[in-house]
Design a protein around this ligand. Structure first.
Ligand code: ATP
Length: 310
């Protein structure tokens, strides 16, 4: 197997704002063609990292190479080959949907005819052809996000950065955006994204890092992380009590680990049915029971002691 030159290489990367350290010495490597995720709660340092990678915020310390170049010196050359979809849509409300693409293309020196054709292809790709002539303002949140993604692709970038591409969208709009990202990935486009949505990250990302408090607390493929930090199955129990904590002690010794959340108790076990037999053997009668496979949310809870709920 050949190891291609990484598109992103960070060593000991740091971002400070005054005395506050938002990114605290992280090492990251992103390879061509992969979908790479930064996962973490609000304030973990994901956006700060993305902004350094996007060459809009200089690193305070550490080494960073994007497409083999140094953002401190080669920012414009790097940006020309990046596609960026920022957390907040910054489309031009004065322009039509199509013009948002063609005008952006001009920043990259793309000739008018080529830009027009590229815009048409991209509008088709994000399913906005019918809205090409409309202004941006009346578009739904999901449409705006899709247009922002299309705009990020105008310069046929080597690397696409997406900061929370589906946050704030309703489930259907989220699905549409996510489906487009899958398609890009299948086309071999390298994607780097941040997200709160564990289920999406689990399906889309080849590799990811979990960030907390500016540091990377785990790294691997979704499968590796789940195998390493969780059990095969999880039993979610809800009891009708003042506090789930009142019952938690009675579950000691069932499975590998017990997590007590405000509204439920999670039993980390190899076999959910066997665990339930033990629960019933202790004369406990939960009001609801759900046995499911472990996911990234469980990894996250184990690593940070917190759930990643919006
Ligand atoms: N320009 C800034 N000045 C001061 N502090 C900042 C600045 N930008 C970010 N921070 C702080 O750095 C920390 C990390 O922020 P960052 O936006 O990178 O986190 P995040 O993981 O992307 O979270 P979110 O999902 O909320 O964007 C936060 O505590 C934030 O308040």
């Amino acid at each position: 197997m050949t190891t291609a030159q990484p598109l992103i290489q960070a060593r000991g990367l740091v971002k400070r704002f005054g005395d506050f350290t938002a990114v605290d010495g992280i090492d990251v490597e992103v390879r061509p063609g992969e979908a790479f995720g930064f996962l973490g709660p609000n304030g973990a340092g994901k956006s700060s990292t993305m902004r350094m990678i996007g060459c809009v915020s200089p690193p305070t310390a550490g080494e960073l190479r994007i497409l083999g170049m140094d953002p401190r010196r080669d920012g414009p050359a790097i940006r020309a080959r990046l596609g960026v979809c920022p957390q907040l849509d910054n489309l031009d409300p004065e322009l039509t949907v199509r013009e948002n693409l063609t005008t952006y293309a001009r920043y990259f020196g793309i000739p008018r005819r080529v830009a027009a054709q590229r815009a048409a292809e991209l509008l088709d790709f994000v399913q906005l052809t019918e809205r090409a002539g409309s202004k941006v303002e009346p578009l739904s949140g999901g449409m705006k996000r899709r247009l922002t993604i299309a705009r990020a692709l105008v310069n046929s970038p080597d690397l696409v950065l997406l900061d929370e591409p589906t946050t704030g969208l309703d489930p259907q709009a989220r699905h549409l955006v996510w489906e487009r990202l899958f398609r890009l990935k299948r086309q071999g486009v390298t994607l780097v994204l941040t997200t709160h949505y564990m289920d999406e990250a689990e399906q889309l990302c080849d590799r990811l890092v979990v960030m907390d408090g500016g540091r990377i607390v785990a790294e691997g493929s979704p499968r590796e992380l789940i195998d390493r930090y969780s059990t095969r199955e999880v039993v979610e129990l809800r009891f009708v009590v003042d506090s789930q904590q009142d019952v938690a002690g009675k579950l000691d010794g069932i499975g590998e680990r017990v997590e007590v959340l405000p509204d439920r108790i999670l039993l980390y076990v190899a076999d959910g049915d066997a665990a339930m037999a033990q629960v019933h053997g202790r004369a406990l009668a939960p009001a609801s029971v759900l046995v499911r496979r472990s996911g990234l949310e469980d990894v996250f809870l184990h690593l940070t002691g917190r759930t990643l709920v919006d």
